[in-house]
Unconditional design. Structure first.
Length: 693
């Protein structure tokens, strides 16, 4: 199950959020379902229709020229189609669309602008788009067209958000290391997908080499597109879509990339961007996120003027009030404008889901990640991710496969973490491990996480870094991030004083980077060995955990925790055994019999006369369940070894025991120890063994 499918299942089990009961738009307020549905239809009809009042902000002569060219070309190319078909070539049925709405977090539900419209097309529409896109790519390959530009990272194979973030952070690091000034502008492209100018888009298609039948198919699919809104079982009237490519269509991302591709070429021609070696990097484009980079305020202003000119010509709208500038190695405010709007200078911003600060301090970012780890885990409480719901094995799997990747998103490019950041993350994981096992904060760290087979989060992050390192090594040489990586790795190897991170230790042992699957296997095995050795070394230095090291000698899921899957009715009782076996050996006084013991856990289970009856019943049950000779062998063990067996250890005596017999034995032991535990738990509590059962 992938992460998307997992959260779809989770959402089905959660209480559904009620839709907006009130909608405000253009001075009108709707409160009942019928009026809200109509007002939504009006909003989208206005959104996808060019606003004549906005024309004054755009280049009118260019607009009229492009519109006339497209009208003439479309008229010429449709003649043979209309002669062939009995009726004009249209695709109304295929491209009737439904708009599904997604409201942003903590936004006003009554404001339509708080929502993002996602297009739902028919199956035929999706197949049609995929076929057309494949033919376009073949046509461009035959024409030897280079598209998109290497500085485009959105919707491009071997690119994406992480390579874009890597490129940006490496650029920042280069300037920070040399103590040179750097100015980065983060621009907000308002309703980028929803307001693409159709005639301008079709002109760009023609100029890049998409002509003839293929051009006409695209032209008609967008010119004849319509949509309607569904709200609470009601369906609005259809409205036409006269602008925008719509988020959700298969072709949308490719067409948007085409529409803004020329902006990069114009930004490069200004020579206002930064230069790293032979690379000219004026901008990084990630879908509708436009990031500008310059070494001076004047240069950044030149890039912004170029963006503004392009936006006026091609009917794009950048929102200066939502954009910002980060100045690196410069504490003074800078006067930067986008058109007539001054752009605010900030100390931090969110880019590709990651916090970027102008002083390169990262603790706040890591703190946010730690908070998100807890928040994401507890958000799944109603879906059964809690001690009383799913089994610890399932909860751990959800933690590793779904919670960690979302909260640690982009950790590949976090760089070297400080000790305080590492401790913050590890403390969060320890909290989660104790929460899953019903243990309290006094439970030993080395036993708490190892019971679930968890690596340290530092190791998890190292794994992501190494996998991304392999991805960079395998990237095509023409990509911007690969060129930048080659330059940085060359400096890293040549610099004798460079600080060698553990993340890149493997490069010294490899002559080449293997293909993806093999590299992933090498990384996993290397980290597993490192983590196991580190964990065992920690246990060797802690004499109070010597019993635990015999009960659970390898870094994997605890045997008794695995049994919770086989015996879900005994989950609580088995977790009590796990907690008792994980506890440190501690000197204490038993308040049941008023005797002092050097090992209070051993005393309560094996020696306390107050619990003699319960203990004997447990021993008799073991004798009943096991073969006679095996029972004799077990009860000939000394008290320490016998206690270890009772708490789940597999020593030489029980090693050859049939797995089913061992499982049943541990099941009955857990069932009998639990009543004893309820009698002596107050003794453990008095000695700071506060198991939360």
């Amino acid at each position: 199950m992938d992460i998307g499918q997992f959260y779809r299942v989770v959402r089905k089990h959660r209480q559904q959020k009620s839709p907006a009961t009130c909608l405000n738009y253009d001075g009108n307020t709707a409160t009942n379902n019928g009026d809200i549905c109509k007002l939504w239809s009006t909003y989208f009809s206005d959104l996808y229709t060019p606003n004549e009042h906005e024309n004054d902000n755009f280049d009118q002569p260019f607009y009229m020229d492009v519109t006339e060219k497209i009208r003439e070309y479309s008229s010429q190319i449709r003649k043979p189609f209309n002669a062939f078909f009995d009726v004009p070539y249209t695709e109304d049925e295929i491209y009737e669309q439904i708009k599904t709405l997604k409201c942003g977090n903590n936004k006003d539900k009554s404001n339509p602008n708080s929502y993002r419209a996602i297009v739902l097309t028919s199956v035929f529409g999706k197949l049609h788009d995929k076929t057309v896109l494949r033919r376009i790519n073949k046509m461009l390959t035959a024409l030897d067209k280079t598209f998109p530009d290497p500085l485009q990272f959105g919707f491009v194979p071997e690119h994406g958000a992480i390579p874009a973030l890597y490129t940006l952070k490496e650029c920042i690091n280069v300037f920070m290391k040399s103590k040179s000034k750097l100015y980065v502008g983060f621009l907000d492209n308002e309703k980028a997908f929803d307001k693409i100018w159709h005639d301008g888009l079709f002109l760009k298609l023609k100029e890049i080499g998409v002509t003839g039948k293929l051009w006409n198919i695209l032209f008609m699919s967008y010119k004849s597109a319509s949509a309607h809104v569904q709200y609470n079982g009601l369906t609005s009237d259809n409205f036409s879509i006269s602008q925008g490519v719509g988020q959700g269509r298969v072709l949308s991302s490719w067409l948007f990339s085409l529409y803004i591709n020329d902006l990069i070429l114009q930004l490069i021609s200004t020579n206002c961007g930064i230069r790293i070696g032979y690379l000219n990097i004026p901008a990084i484009l990630l879908a509708d996120d436009t990031t500008l980079l310059s070494a001076s305020p004047k240069g950044l202003q030149g890039l912004l003027d170029c963006v503004q000119t392009y936006a006026c010509k091609w009917r794009l709208k950048y929102n200066g009030t939502k954009s910002c500038v980060l100045a690196f190695n410069n504490n003074t405010d800078v006067d930067i404008k986008l058109g007539n709007t001054k752009i605010a200078c900030k100390t931090d911003t969110i880019y590709a889901g990651t916090l970027i600060t102008n002083n390169n301090k990262t603790f706040e970012r890591t703190k946010n990640a730690a908070k998100k780890l807890k928040k994401n885990l507890h958000s799944l409480y109603s879906a059964g991710v809690n001690p009383k719901g799913l089994t610890p094995i399932t909860n751990t799997l959800i933690w590793k496969r779904f919670v960690l990747p979302t909260a640690l998103y982009s950790c590949e490019v976090w760089g070297q973490l400080s000790n305080s950041e590492i401790e913050l993350l590890e403390r969060t994981q320890r909290y989660v491990a104790r929460y899953i096992q019903c243990m309290d904060k006094y439970s030993p760290t080395d036993s708490t996480t190892s019971n679930l087979g968890l690596w340290s989060l530092e190791a998890v992050i190292d794994k992501f870094k190494l996998l991304f390192f392999g991805r960079l090594c395998r990237s095509k040489s023409g990509t911007t991030h690969k060129k930048l990586f080659n330059m940085c790795i060359s400096q890293f190897i040549l610099d004798e004083n460079a600080e060698h991170s553990i993340t890149y230790n493997l490069i010294t042992t490899l002559d080449y980077i293997p293909e993806k699957v093999l590299w992933s296997k090498i990384v996993r095995q290397s980290i597993e060995i490192y983590e196991e050795n580190r964990w065992k070394s920690n246990l060797e230095n802690r004499n109070e955990l010597k019993r635990y090291s015999k009960i659970h000698p390898t870094l994997c899921e605890h045997r008794l925790i695995r049994l919770t899957v086989l015996y879900p009715d005994a989950k609580l009782e088995l977790l009590v055994l796990v907690a008792l076996g994980s506890a440190a050996i501690k000197k204490a006084t038993c308040t049941l019999c008023n005797k002092q013991s050097l090992d209070i856990i051993k005393h309560l289970i094996m020696e306390c006369h107050v619990l003699l009856t319960e203990r004997n019943v447990m021993f008799y049950k073991i004798v009943d369940e096991l073969p006679i000779q095996k029972s004799v062998d077990i009860f000939n063990l000394d008290d320490d070894d016998l206690l270890e067996v009772l708490l789940g250890a597999v020593n030489d005596i029980v090693y050859d025991l049939d797995p089913i017999d061992w499982s049943r034995m541990m099941y009955y032991i857990a069932k009998h120890v639990y009543p004893m535990f309820k009698k002596f738990r107050h003794v453990l509590f008095e000695n700071r063994f506060n198991f939360e059962f």
